[in-house]
Design a protein around this ligand. Structure first.
Ligand code: ARG
Length: 473
């Protein structure tokens, strides 16, 4: 870039607002002001908003129907041109809104100048951006729906696969792998709900708020709202042009979704490590090391974990941008787009990577079962047996089993392998405890409470999720 302050001063005056100016902007002014390098991504939504506005201007008689038709035809042709050749990036035209208007003028001449009647870039950008966020949400929801279906299908196959369940990353109780996978399906289901909640709250049309105060032209805001698929127009013109809650709602939902993906990624990273060895990442989801020939690294999962940090930062960043702004529009708000674009791209990639990885990953059932067999994972089952069979209060049963675990540890055996004589010697109430069903299979099969880890509950839960997926459009 030529950084001399004079260089842009010789460039032509801005057509959209140059009337009161006698000189053009400094080059650096133009550089800091222009958003076209990134907001050109809004072109489809901006053109859609302008077509709706022109239709309304024609229908209400605010501009001649012939002008409205020329504008709409021109905008449609422009959309085809952008689709084929991309959006031109002229910093003198500042942003996508002025680029579209200038290109329209090149095509249809004077009638283009009537498009901006009863409108401002402030309500225009708020409208275009809402439309973009709405599409972004729809894309994530579809991707998450299919990810949930993948998890549900794998959970059906692994409904009876046993692995250690952890608390504090210490072996706690045996659980089924299907149950573990469906825990993530639940998180992703809440992410969908959060996105849809944000969508329904944002689905109001700011177009017609004009610069900040509304307009004296007899516009039909119901009509533009309907044409653009919004539920209704927004209620307050000042709020309409200065509200970016919809962008923040999106980022909050995205950050929480990224957080869930990151937890799953972390799980995969742990499980793929040699001490765990619970999973084998297939070749297409691993990378090698340039120095250590034996390495197979879970880079995609690590990047999903890393991306979650960035998405969280983008959310925080836009909140910081917004928190000091008085009503109504301020140019700081132009900085709302890049964080959303970046968060969207990172999240879309993260969902795709985790969904692909979870579809293809290999589970080592033998290793998982062996790990569950360590750490006296069925100690709670023995305490439950004492409660049921011997009528002991749970606290007392817990204490007795604690002593049995210590005895097992001293002998270097598992709880279920303690000889009957040793048990009875510890406490007469432990006699017969050898009959307690302490196998891993018996343990998970017994946990049939609603939402429990028993294979029968897991199959039901998986079927419910798959049916929900088929029912949604
Ligand atoms: N490019 C601007 C943005 O994204 C459009 C709105 C400009 N409005 C204004 N009053 N300068 O925020």
């Amino acid at each position: 870039m030529d950084d001399s302050p004079e260089s842009a001063a010789t460039s032509p005056m801005n057509r959209a607002w140059g009337g009161r100016f006698s000189g053009g902007p400094a080059a650096v002014m133009q550089a800091i002001n222009a958003s076209i390098p990134f907001d050109k991504r809004l072109w489809r939504h901006d053109i859609a908003g302008s077509i709706a506005h022109a239709r309304m201007l024609g229908a209400t008689g605010i501009i001649a129907m012939s002008d409205a038709e020329a504008i709409i035809e021109g905008l449609s042709a422009l959309a085809e041109e952008f689709e084929a050749h991309g959006v031109p990036e002229d910093p003198a035209l500042e942003d996508i809104h002025m680029t579209v208007e200038a290109k329209l003028a090149e095509r249809i001449g004077d009638a283009a100048g009537r498009l901006h009647t009863a409108r401002s870039r402030n309500d225009q950008v708020a409208t275009s951006f809402r439309l973009w966020v709405r599409d972004a949400i729809d894309g994530h929801v579809a991707a998450l729906d299919s990810f949930i279906a993948t998890l549900a299908r794998r959970a059906e196959d692994e409904a009876a696969t046993i692995l250690p369940g952890f608390t504090h990353l210490q072996v706690a109780q045996p659980v089924t792998l299907g149950h573990h996978l469906l825990a993530y399906a639940e998180m992703l289901g809440r992410d969908i709900d959060r996105f849809l909640d944000a969508r329904s709250r944002m689905n109001l049309c700011p177009l017609g708020a004009a610069a900040l105060a509304g307009t004296g032209f007899p516009i039909d805001r119901e009509m533009t709202a309907r044409l653009l698929g919004f539920d209704a127009p927004t209620a307050n013109s000042l709020d309409s042009v200065s509200d970016r809650d919809f962008a923040l709602d999106y980022l909050c939902a995205a950050a929480q979704c990224a957080l869930h993906l990151s937890r799953l990624a972390e799980e995969i990273i742990l499980w793929a490590s040699q001490p765990f060895g619970f999973v084998l990442l297939p070749d297409q989801w691993s990378t090698g090391s340039s120095i250590m020939p034996q390495k197979r690294n879970p880079d995609a999962a690590e990047l999903v974990r890393g991306h979650a940090g960035r998405i969280l930062g983008l959310m925080t960043g836009l909140m910081a941008t917004m928190k000091g702004l008085p009503l109504a529009y301020a140019k700081d708000m132009q900085d709302d787009k890049e964080p959303l674009f970046e968060a969207h791209d990172l999240l879309a990639l993260s969902i795709a990577a985790m969904a692909g990885m979870m579809a293809d990953i290999g589970f080592d059932r033998t290793r998982m079962r062996a790990a569950a067999a360590t750490g006296h994972a069925t100690a709670t089952d023995l305490a439950d047996w004492l409660v049921r069979e011997k009528g002991l209060p749970f606290r007392e049963a817990h204490h007795l089993v604690g002593r049995a675990v210590r005895a097992a540890e001293e002998r270097g055996v598992g709880l279920q392998d303690l000889p009957e004589a040793v048990l009875a010697g510890l406490d007469p109430r432990l006699s017969g405890a050898g009959r307690a069903p302490l196998s891993l299979e018996a343990s998970v099969a017994s946990r049939t409470s609603p939402g429990g880890t028993a294979p029968v509950r897991v199959r039901e839960a998986a079927a419910r999720l798959l049916a929900r997926g088929e029912a949604s459009p």
